[in-house]
Design a protein around this ligand. Sequence first.
Ligand code: CDP
Length: 215
Amino acid sequence: MIRPLVIAVDGPAASGKGTIAAGLARVYGLPQLDTGLLYRAVGVAVLAKGGRLDDEGLAAQVAKTLDLTLLDIPAHRTRAAGEAASQVAVHPAVRLALLEAQQAFARQPTGAVIDGRDIGTVIAPNAIAKLFVTASPEVRAQRRWKQLSGQGETVSLAEVLEDIRIRDARDSARDSAPLTRADDAILLDTSRMTIDEAADAARRIVEAARIRSNG
Ligand code: CDP
């Protein structure tokens, strides 16, 4: 029996994984879930309630009652939302509250493209294709700075680079589902690639994985 095509795309902040995941979803006609938006939505909602990001109980409560239809909104794409996301993402109870929805997305008979930090390791360890997308901190900072400036945020490149370094360290050092490359994930370093080149490289990785999985 042919297994549904599930593609796991992991990587650090502003590595290009979201763009790559969206491109793969288009090419293969698959539903896509950007799991970073789940953590962003939790962080933003905790702050909106006047809560603290280190309040694990509150953040888990928010995560359990999250409206999954209201994830992709501009308020979740801000610099502050990214920072809040990475602070609530360290809490095991938050990750547990978000686990089932993500795994259910991965189990769809249509297949799926899912991007995040722990997709190839925790959410969809049996995914047919796993990519670990990365780029140098300087390149990632440049991309994120362009995105935030385009959204009207006032922030310097140096501040964005500092954000990225702090976020990389926090995401990699946490005990619960840290950012790590799955043993069977293919590394895609997009530092010197255009969007089109990265999309092509990602598609070739998925094609090779599909051929392998069909035996
Ligand atoms: O776009 P960017 O990489 O900056 O962020 P994102 O993918 O939207 O994720 C925001 C934060 O959520 C990350 O820094 C992680 O701390 C957390 N996250 C996570 O822990 N696990 C995931 N599967 C996705 C995001």
